[in-house]
Design a protein around this ligand. Structure first.
Ligand code: TYM
Length: 339
């Protein structure tokens, strides 16, 4: 079992990142550790330069993201925790895979289409080739399980396509180089939506702070944001399928279910018939209870720059070592001569 996943150190991590991905980093880290497998969690700082960014902010956010991940339960003693920029093999493998990835495949990526909008010509090349770096991230460590939210599913399908084509084109049938990675997507929290608009996902880049719960929000802020969250005026139904046409209600019930580890049906069995005047405070309480210990731990860790840098340096040294055999084998498979 090889668990690999990444998160961009841009802006403050939010509840979507937590329930969609970070909770499963911790779950799979513990499973891998128990089975003698390995877990790699990295900060996708090289991905972060695909959009306009402030270098000083990127440095600050990188350290804060390490503190957040550790506060959420990612344990540097069990997980190789690092940032891409300290492991040049990521960028190297991206280039080596660029001969295999096809323009048509990248053109079909919905994230590229969404982020580029009508101005494709004005985008950085990095934004277009971003999914090839993401493929390199996981293929480099022969990932089997990749914990992500649903928005990353298409990128992982691309990673599988690249791996398969590379294996077909450059490897013997009985000795493929790359493992095909499987996404690991949580059922209830695959896509946490904005608190202001049930049709768009909760995102770091939404201009409204009220659209998301940041993992570092305090109790009052959390309760205020939940109470102000957009909803309809109907009471909660008693069955999950009745939420299908009610995006905002569905989102809040889904968040509650993910937080307490129950199915949506079980939550509705307890809360069906309740109006939002009663359900929202209940949800706010569960959120505050979940995030309070994370917040406290984050506050302890965030200013110890030396300790945070040491975690990254140790993780990166380990990642460089483990990445080497796959990187070397890739150069060799392509016929590239290296001393
Ligand atoms: P990023 O930084 O946008 O998000 C980090 C993780 O959080 C998940 N996520 C969500 N899940 C549920 N609901 C939401 N509203 C929500 N918003 C974000 C994302 O799916 C992701 O799992 N390209 C990636 C980073 C990356 C990566 C990788 C991931 C780079 N290389 C290799 C996996 C494997 C990204 O930008 O995630």
């Amino acid at each position: 079992m090889r668990v690999v996943s990444g998160i961009q150190p841009t802006g403050k991590p939010h509840l979507g990142n937590y329930l969609g991905a970070i909770v499963n980093y911790v779950k799979l880290q513990d499973e891998a550790h128990a089975q003698g497998g390995q877990c790699f969690i990295f900060l996708a700082d090289l991905h972060a330069i695909s959009m306009p960014h402030s270098p000083a902010e990127l440095t600050k956010n990188t350290r804060e993201m390490v503190a957040t991940l550790v506060a959420c339960g990612v344990d540097p003693a069990k997980t190789v925790l690092f940032n891409q920029a300290q492991v040049p093999a990521h960028a190297e493998l991206q280039w080596l895979l660029s001969g295999t990835a096809r323009m048509g495949w990248l053109n079909r990526m919905t994230q590229w289409k969404d982020k580029a909008g009508k101005n494709r010509e004005g985008q950085s090349i990095a934004l277009f080739t971003y999914p090839v770096l993401q493929a390199a991230d996981v293929l480099l460590y022969q990932a089997t399980h990749v914990p992500v939210g649903e928005d990353q599913k298409q990128h992982l399908e691309l990673a599988r396509d690249i791996a398969q084509k590379f294996n077909n084109d450059f490897c013997d049938e009985d000795a493929p180089l790359f493992t095909l990675p499987d996404p690991y997507i949580p059922p209830a929290a695959a896509r946490i939506m904005s608190l202001r608009d049930g049709s768009s996902k909760m995102s770091k880049s939404d201009p409204s702070e009220m659209s998301r719960i940041s993992l570092t929000d305090d109790a009052d802020t959390i309760m205020k944001k939940i109470k102000k969250a957009k909803t309809d005026s109907e009471p909660l139904p008693s069955e999950a399928k009745e939420l299908d046409e009610r995006a905002e209600a569905k989102n809040l019930v889904g968040i509650y279910a993910a937080l307490v580890g129950k199915s949506v049906d079980d939550v509705l069995a307890d809360h069906g018939g309740q109006g939002f005047g009663a359900f929202k405070p209940a949800l706010g309480e569960v959120l505050i209870e979940t995030l309070a210990p994370i917040n406290a731990r984050f506050a302890e860790l965030k200013d110890d720059q030396e300790a945070l840098d040491a975690i990254l340096a140790r993780g990166a040294a380990r990642a460089r070592e483990i990445a080497l055999p796959t990187l070397d084998a890739t150069y060799k498979a392509l016929g590239l001569v290296r001393g």
